[in-house]
Design a protein around this ligand. Structure first.
Ligand SMILES: [Cu+2]
Length: 131
């Protein structure tokens, strides 16, 4: 009985140690932060950060990514999706913003875009690169 108890303590210590290592690795991962503004410049001209295409966002595989996505007052609602990375912001209404956080866990060239009807074809897309 006593031996079983000691085994339990040893196993608990191993689990704690492994968890500590995992947390340490997470803390070392870089956080890449971007500010993106969704904006309807004209009835047929929709933009991210006032450019078409939107700015290219580049990160390293394993980076934690934080996108602060906002929509100015007096605009219309927008959202920001990256399908392949399963990144889907809520719909952001004028004067509001959303913080989108995820880990870039897959290398490649992806597209971020606004999924609201016609917004992507009218300019709201840009590259998201994971190196
Ligand atoms: Cu939009």
């Amino acid at each position: 009985m006593e031996r079983l108890f000691l085994c339990g303590i040893a196993l608990g210590l191993i689990l704690v140690a492994q968890r500590g290592v995992a947390l340490g690795q997470n803390e070392q991962a870089a956080v890449r932060q971007f500010s993106i503004i969704g904006h309807m410049r004209d009835i047929d001209d929709y933009r991210f950060n006032n450019s078409i295409p939107g700015p290219t966002l580049t990160v390293k595989e394993g980076d934690k990514v934080r996108i602060i996505f906002s929509v100015p007052d007096g605009d219309i609602a927008h959202a920001l999706y990256i399908d392949e990375l399963a990144v889907f912001s809520p719909t952001v209404h004028p004067g509001a913003s959303a913080i989108i956080e995820f880990v870039a866990n897959q290398k490649g060239e992806f597209i971020y875009y606004c999924p609201l009807p016609s917004h992507r074809t009218l300019g709201m897309e840009g590259k998201f690169l994971v190196e």
